[in-house]
Design a protein around this ligand. Sequence first.
Ligand code: PLP
Length: 499
Amino acid sequence: MKLIYEKSKAGRRASTLPHYDLPKAEVPEELRRKRAPRLPELSEPEVVRHFSALATRTFGIDTGFYPLGSCTMKHNPRVNERLVNLPGFRDLHPLQDEDGAQGALELMWRLQEILAEVVGLDAVSLQPAAGSQGELTGLMLMRAYFADRGESDRRANVFVADTAHGTNPASVTMAGFKLQKVGTDERGNLDLEFLRANVNDETAGLMLTNPSTLGLFDESIEEVARIFHDAGALLYYDGANLNAVCGISRPGDMGFDIVHYNLHKTFSQPHGGGGPGAGPIAVRGILEPFLPVPVVAGNGERYRFDYDRPKTIGKVRGFYGPFGVFVRSYAFIRSYGPGLREMSEAAVLNANYLLARLKGTYDLPFERLCMHEFVLSARNLKREHGVSALDVAKRLMDYGYHPPTIYFPLIVPEALMIEPTETEPKEALDGFIQAMHAIAREAAEDPKLLKDAPHNRPVRRLDEVKAAKRAIVRYQFDEHPDMRGEPAEGEAVEAQKGA
Ligand SMILES: Cc1ncc(COP(=O)(O)O)c(C=O)c1O
């Protein structure tokens, strides 16, 4: 397919605006552009066709099953888009005074109250913009807490599981702690013996997601919490997997002191392509004085921003957080009401159905029931037919499915991490199962078919390292000097007429 610049024809227009008759703006010389903008020139039907063609090449949750483990790609109810577009929410300026923003503040306050209840903790800050920023904020709270107790020099270590998402060790390092890796035992739980031997008064805390990225609930979580609390350390819960436990168990009750939520996952938000996200955090009362400012305070009748927090770690994001995400998540939670538990139950049921139907065909590294996701291994296909998890993932695209997460968690060779979510009907799950079985048969009969996949997507197998390291994200005008809008040296710069 040609790029829009390659379709451009000099002088072609989608619409023609009256020529402006305003005096030229007083723009200082150094701020004036030296070249006219190099815009493609096309008629309206050409523009519409171009972008419609691109849209049909994109894969999203609205076009098909998207079992990307750990990312919780669930259906985003359309009614939430209507609510976020109510003028009172959509048109509100972030600098609006409190009196004029009571509705928005009330929504934020109510969301905080619900989120605190869901995880069984005392206070919430909505500010962080993503799970990873929630992690960093939570660890900054840990630092502030220990500094306040005069222990920050001593408490340097944070333990992270070897199944953790890459953002966990990155956040630990960014927050200035030393990383300590803790292994996983043969049942997929944390290595308790290691913790008993190594957690001490130099430990600041543990970062863990439960269920883990293996989709397994840690069977010793209360003992783990005891080990850390007995040493005076804190527990941080990575809430990326909260979709498994809402209304069933609460991180606060398990012993965690700080939690982040990925609102864009658990409480539904269109988040393909990396955004928009929100990573609120919840804390136990002992950490509340350190929360970022402002905190949204209220009494059920009037709401305000509270900046009067002498021990606060400060602000972690501009204004008050990603407000549109709050509206959608609030609407999503309220539409379930007290039945939020059904969401997690259905997510766990769907995952276990897939697991039960796929486990003979692909290796299952930990023989247990799973939570909302599970990890298979394609090592049997690799051993017997030379076919890798990557080949399986690419072939799935030919069958019309988004590949699962692959090669993560790192402790499982040839990992395929599958998360169906609660919003998929049984027929969709059955279709995926059939495709996975068909691919395993193809691996035995015609491995080259998988090695060369995908066959019927707009692009074939890419050099992924090159695509990531040398991504071409703008049109290479230097290679196309005949493009219109490239004035000769010294030529006057004039915007295209009607542009
Ligand atoms: C287990 C886990 N932790 C943390 C994160 C980071 O969350 P975010 O992408 O919102 O920064 C992710 C993201 O996928 C995750 O899967």
